[in-house]
Design a protein around this ligand. Sequence first.
Ligand code: C2E
Ligand code: MG
Ligand code: MG
Ligand code: MG
Length: 279
Amino acid sequence: HAKGAGKNGYSFFEQSMNTNARNHLQLLHDLRQAVDGRELLLHFQPKFAAGNGRRVIGAEALLRWQHPRRGLLMPDQFIELAEKTGLIIPIGNWVLNEACRQMSLWYAEGHRDWRVAVNLSAVQFCHAGLIGNVRAALDRHHLPANCLTLEITETTAMRDADASLAILGQLSDMGVDLSIDDFGTGYSSLLYLKRLPANELKIDRGFVRDLERDSDDAAIISAIVALGQALDLRIVAEGVETESQQAFLTGLGCDSLQGFLLGKPVPAEQFNAGVKALA
Ligand code: C2E
Ligand code: MG
Ligand code: MG
Ligand code: MG
């Protein structure tokens, strides 16, 4: 049905639009299969106590998709699609269960003070089944609620403050640990933050990146640490890539650190080998 435009840009554009739409549909089809099949996996990135030591305090579970043709896909390549189609609910449940399963193994090995952190998407956070799903995952793996951290972004937490407060309140009553991810990128109301039953603020990687060059970033991090201390919240810095960032963040008073310098996200076996090597 090519128009008179012939081989010029118009028909090329139309063609590439079709290709994109087709790719999109293909990916959606594949994602449906991935949920049922065994193509989803978790990588675990260690969280460390601040300082120059190497004391592991837990891990963040990060989702990966081993696609049969496209290779290993990262969350930004499919999470949005999963959210738009509702597939994030079964996928998020799988993540929750798999992370709790792994944490229960660590717990049985004696790492009872570790926590595993799971990222919740905004869609999952607002889904009515969330509380029941969290409860079920903990029960299935006989895991104390305190061993699970749920990370929600500042933007998600602030979108509908009253609704978030109610959901976080229920999770907190259950004993689950709560972290506000990518902190500093949203628009927190301090009044609201004060009422939020969170346990941890996670400073966005953007502030850590230029820490050594940009004195504003150091000032912002200091301010977040002070805010966290005033509200009795732990402060985690993510995206630590250099030793000088590590020293700086420790000096500024962060409680824990996460980043490629200290440990990249890896499959559980590799994570365990890394922990053994540190001990
Ligand atoms: P996030 O929760 O803020 O996770 C941190 C991201 O930064 C991860 O990317 C991690 O690999 C990366 N990172 C960690 N340390 C460093 C570092 O030192 N330097 C740099 N450049 N990057 C670092 P990843 O795994 O690609 O995840 C991206 C985002 O996707 C996550 O951001 C999270 O919002 C989302 N995500 C990951 N897993 C899940 C999941 O199971 N469910 C949902 N809903 N979202 C997930
Ligand atoms: Mg996170
Ligand atoms: Mg983050
Ligand atoms: Mg992020």
